[in-house]
Design a protein around this ligand. Structure first.
Ligand code: GRF
Length: 198
């Protein structure tokens, strides 16, 4: 049984779907949920699902990224995770941190990578007049939003879309994609998955 740690920064809707997926004959179980924000709404959701949680407030480590990551690592490693899932985690991690989990650390990014790494992905797709947008689950490497892609979900960009309406459409697909990618990854299958909107 693979042990999964998840990191969130906010509501954690992706984390919830991942934790909910890890039941029955699923080859993995969530063992801990952590956040850089003690007020992250997802922490209460994780507790309600019976998963241990922790929070390391990054604001207590102003400008000292290495110290923040050292504090984050402590409860994380104590849970002895096999796989680390970033799910709406909004802090950039240093190469030193990434290297501790390289090859077993996943992230979901709300664009069809390699397009639009970084922020404001939906607005950028709308501004570019892209006919499609979506989300990508990828292995995390030291370069931001650049690791091997394990899965993508595509949705149409519709006339009149705003960043919010597009984000909502993409989020529905994220909630399908990430659990499917994690299940296969936990079984050692890294064959990329492509989902199109149902
Ligand atoms: C989602 O758009 C996801 O793609 C990004 O963070 C946003 C919120 O995710 N990583 P969640 O609801 O906190 O899982």
């Amino acid at each position: 049984m693979k042990r999964i740690a998840l990191l969130i920064s906010g509501g954690g809707s992706n984390m919830v779907k991942l934790v909910e997926s890890m039941t029955g004959d699923h080859p993995a179980r969530a063992v801990i949920v952590g956040s850089n924000d003690p007020a992250a709404g997802g922490l209460a959701k994780a507790t309600a699902m019976g998963v241990s949680t922790f929070a390391i407030d990054h604001r207590n480590y102003k400008g000292d990224r290495a110290a923040f990551e050292a504090a984050l690592l402590q409860p994380l490693l104590a849970a002895e995770p096999d796989i680390l899932c970033l799910a709406g985690f909004m802090r950039i991690l240093t190469p030193a941190f990434v290297q501790k989990f390289e090859g077993r650390m996943l992230n979901i990014h709300p664009s069809l990578l390699p397009k639009y790494p970084g922020l404001h992905t939906h607005q950028r797709a709308i501004d570019a007049g892209d006919p499609e947008a979506g989300a990508s689950v990828h292995l995390v490497t030291p370069e931001l939003d650049a690791g091997p892609i394990l899965g993508q979900a595509r949705v149409p960009v519709l006339p009149g879309d705003t960043a919010d309406t597009l984000a909502a459409r993409v989020l529905i697909q994220e909630h399908r994609l990430y659990p499917e990618v994690l299940r296969r990854f936990a079984l050692g299958d890294q064959t990329p998955i492509l989902l199109t909107a149902a």
